[in-house]
Ligand binder design. Structure first.
Ligand SMILES: [Zn+2]
Length: 65
């Protein structure tokens, strides 16, 4: 987890979960780039029910090559 993400989750540790219908502790699951994904991605999950509230996508690595 990057320092920026760390600071962000410290400042905003919770997320609105539409599945639970209330604010819940946030979990972030980072998925590294692989054969199917050309860029890193991160799921923002509800800490209670694991509902994926949002998926964050990095810029494709090839853009910087
Ligand atoms: Zn939930």
């Amino acid at each position: 987890m990057t320092q920026e993400t760390d600071e962000l989750t410290r400042a905003f540790p919770n997320v609105w979960c539409p599945n639970c219908g209330k604010v819940q502790p946030m979990k972030i699951a980072v998925m590294k780039a692989n054969d199917r994904n050309d860029h890193d991605a991160a799921d923002i999950l509800c800490g209670e029910c694991k509902f994926v509230v949002a998926t964050l996508h990095a810029e494709p690595a090839t853009q910087f090559a």
